[in-house]
Design a protein around this ligand. Structure first.
Ligand code: HEC
Length: 331
């Protein structure tokens, strides 16, 4: 009886194995639609899609991905953060399954980071805070066929909310910190105990990578510096990105005051670049270039030859954009 059962199990196992092997082979060929459909929807490999300019598309179903971790006010600068945001990290289901089985991030892995502002005092909650309005969505994508370094980072927050596509961020804005400080293959596994546990990886103990975070980077402001309360410039767009020719929405938690205004940045390295050379990146003028003597409105601006100029009215902006050289004095 026992022998019979063991033969049976071996046979079933063999059968199961060969079916998987066939499925794998046909799937690799990409032709057998029936085999692909017979696997659960969540397990069929999803890969990043790009538009004709090489910008990645935000997958329509990213909010249904697997939740792997969350953080509150995780910050890279010393001192009190300007604002504590909730972060949630989600992982595309087929890449998640692959990671749980192999502890590796396969080519095509996509992770999304959702950034929320904090909500409080909403009855019946009398204490505590919750993840309220979404301020931003970011994505990490591992695709060596697209970027030689493998991982690329995308910020979907734009001037008018969440964009459907985003171009890869410059390496120094995002990639470098991930490559240097993340626990495993650019991913911050040290902050994702759920994911680590699912893949049977230990993240406890004296973790050098996690300890590093506290020291990165050298703070530009003193630890006791108060949160800047100056009016927000550029509607929250990152001035460093603007000078680099990109419209990226900065984060309320990464800010720097300069002159009468507060600036927001999409990443800590961008804030550090600004702090080093504010004269280059900040709004250049306090009175309007088109209507001399009129105070500028820090939400009305134009970028010209690598500098940001502010204006008094929207008409001034359009007049400037028609003939910028007329208004900017050459040194
Ligand atoms: C100074 C370090 C640092 C920089 C710079 C940085 N990140 Fe991260 N990133 C982190 C940390 C720490 C986490 C861990 C999760 C969290 O923040 O809640 C993370 C998590 C992420 C995740 C979730 C997946 C993962 O890899 O863990 C994405 C997506 C992401 N960051 C995108 C970006 C983008 C886009 C930029 C550039 C605009 C950027 N990051 C710049 C430190 C950094």
């Amino acid at each position: 009886m026992n022998r019979f059962r063991s033969i049976l199990t071996t046979r079933t196992l063999f059968l199961a194995l060969s079916v998987t092997a066939i499925a794998a082979l046909t799937l690799r060929g990409g032709a057998n639609v029936a085999a692909a459909q017979s696997t659960p929807r969540s397990a069929s490999p999803a890969n990043p899609q790009y538009d004709e300019k090489g910008a990645v598309k935000l997958p329509a179903d990213y909010r249904q991905w697997v939740f792997v971790g969350s953080s509150l006010g995780l910050s890279y600068t010393e001192g009190q953060p300007a604002m504590e945001m909730f972060h949630e990290t989600l992982m595309e289901p087929s890449a998640y399954k692959h990671f749980v089985e192999t502890a590796t991030f396969r080519e095509g892995t996509m992770l999304a980071l959702i950034l929320h502002g904090p909500g409080e005092n909403v009855l019946p909650g009398r204490h505590g805070r919750f993840a309220a309005a979404v301020h931003g969505v970011e994505m990490a994508v591992k695709d060596s066929s697209h970027r030689p370094e493998g991982w690329a980072y995308y910020n979907f927050a734009g001037a008018n909310g969440i964009r459907l596509t985003a171009a890869a961020m410059p390496k120094e804005s995002c990639y470098s910190c991930h490559a240097e400080h993340a626990k495993r293959d650019n991913v911050f596994l040290q902050f994702y105990p759920l994911l680590a546990e699912a893949a049977h990886i230990s993240t406890s103990g004296n973790d050098a990578a996690a300890a590093d975070m506290i020291a990165y980077p050298a703070p530009a402001t003193t630890p006791t510096a108060k949160t800047p309360t100056e009016p927000l410039a550029l509607n929250g767009l990152d001035p460093v990105a603007l000078v680099d020719g990109r419209e990226e929405m900065g984060k309320p938690e990464i800010v720097e005051a300069h002159g009468p205004y507060r600036y927001q940045f999409v990443s800590e390295p961008n804030r550090a670049r600004f702090a080093k050379d504010p004269a280059r990146f900040a709004i250049q003028n306090s009175t309007c270039l088109v209507v001399p003597g009129a105070q500028i409105d820090p939400t009305l601006f134009a970028v010209y030859e690598g500098h940001i100029y502010g204006f008094a009215t929207t008409d001034c902006v359009s007049e400037f954009k028609d003939q910028p050289a007329k208004f900017v004095k050459k040194p």
